[in-house]
Design a protein around this ligand. Structure first.
Ligand SMILES: Cc1cc2nc3c(=O)[nH]c(=O)nc-3n(C[C@H](O)[C@H](O)[C@H](O)COP(=O)(O)OP(=O)(O)OC[C@H]3O[C@@H](n4cnc5c(N)ncnc54)[C@H](O)[C@@H]3O)c2cc1C
Length: 308
């Protein structure tokens, strides 16, 4: 017989772990399913400066160890390396199918976050792990003393370019426009950093190399001029894609695949809530994921009590 819970949380990032803390404190029998280890996206961020309570900043891993430590101390059951592959709606509850088993639950909080978007250009898949990376914190050290390109102009691109600048000889920031979307404070830091050079109005069209990346081919978005650039690594930060495929049509999504929720963070299916980066929202940060986790947990608790 499959194990049965009142609540299942899918994803162990800031949103999922916060939901776990709130549900456990409300006495709800809860299981958290995580496809890797708990912690979510922040474990790959070297230094977090904008999460309140840490005036000196804190490493993403240390912050998330505090989150998961608190959740476990309250008794949250976390199943690691347990990727959810499907959710089926039954008469009263749901069956959640993972790589190694199925679980029955009355309610679900989807907190499965996002994956990096890909450039979709020749050479990108071929050189994955051989020069192409989506995580400077994970792979930056392999490029010590070398030259790398960072693709993108948002917060993530600039944060990671600044952290790479401590390790590598040179960072080219390649952006398809002539100004950045990133926060002003990050822009100013990047403009001051001597190892960073901006290549404006350029888009990558091909990655070339033999065993490892040797160059990236750029196209000028205005003049259409083609520019080969010699680099040893390419770090891609051009956006994110939400992890929602396992939900089929149990939720409504926007054009980017993000889940629509109401104020209580309920989706179109009663008993399924969405929290964190995975849902349609204005700001995707740890602080907003934490707020979502708390809201979704309280909404699910009320649903279980028959109040919603
Ligand atoms: C490079 C970068 C730098 C950032 N810097 C900052 C910063 O300085 N400050 C800040 O506040 N925010 C920062 N962010 C944003 C922040 O990381 C996110 O907003 C936050 O992590 C969202 O939390 P979440 O719980 O919604 O999702 P995530 O943190 O993405 O967690 C989702 C979890 O779900 C798991 N999962 C996915 N699919 C499944 C599945 N099918 N089954 C089971 N588990 C699954 C994943 O493995 C993951 O652990 C940064 C993001 C990036 C990419």
């Amino acid at each position: 017989m499959e194990e049965s819970y009142d609540a299942i949380i899918i994803g162990g990032g800031p949103a999922g772990l916060t939901a776990g803390i709130y549900l456990l404190r409300a006495g709800v029998n809860t299981l958290l399913l995580e496809k890797m280890l708990p912690g979510g996206a922040p474990v790959n961020t070297e230094h977090i400066e904008n999460y309140p309570g840490f005036p000196e900043g804190i490493s993403g891993r240390a912050l998330m160890d505090l989150f998961s430590g608190q959740a476990r101390a309250l008794g949250l059951s976390i199943k690691e390396f347990s990727e959810v592959q499907g959710v089926e709606k039954g008469e009263k509850g749901f069956t959640v199918k993972t790589v190694d088993g199925s679980y029955y639950t009355k309610g679900i909080i989807v907190a499965s976050g996002c994956e990096p978007a890909k450039m979709g250009i020749p050479g990108e898949n071929e050189f994955l792990g051989r020069g192409i990376s989506y995580c400077a914190t994970c792979d930056g050290a392999f490029f010590r003393g070398l030259e790398v390109a960072v693709i993108g102009g948002g917060d993530s691109a600039i944060v990671e370019a600044l952290s790479l600048a401590h390790l590598v000889k040179k960072v080219y920031i390649i952006h398809r426009r002539d100004s950045l979307r990133a926060q002003k404070i990050l822009q100013e830091r990047a403009f001051r950093e001597k190892k960073i050079e901006f290549l404006w109005n350029k888009r990558p069209i091909e990655i070339k190399g033999k065993e490892q990346i040797e160059s990236i081919v750029l196209e000028d978005t205005k003049t259409k001029e083609i520019l080969p650039l010699r680099v040893d690594g390419v770090f891609v930060y051009i956006g994110i894609k939400p992890n929602t495929a396992f939900l089929g049509d149990l939720v409504d999504r926007d054009g980017g695949g993000f889940i629509y929720t109401d104020n209580a963070l309920s989706t179109k299916t009663k008993g399924i809530y969405a929290a964190g980066d995975v849902r349609v929202k204005t700001l995707r940060q740890i602080s907003t994921a934490v707020g979502d986790g708390a809201t979704a947990a309280v909404s699910l608790e009320r649903y279980l009590l028959g109040d919603q």
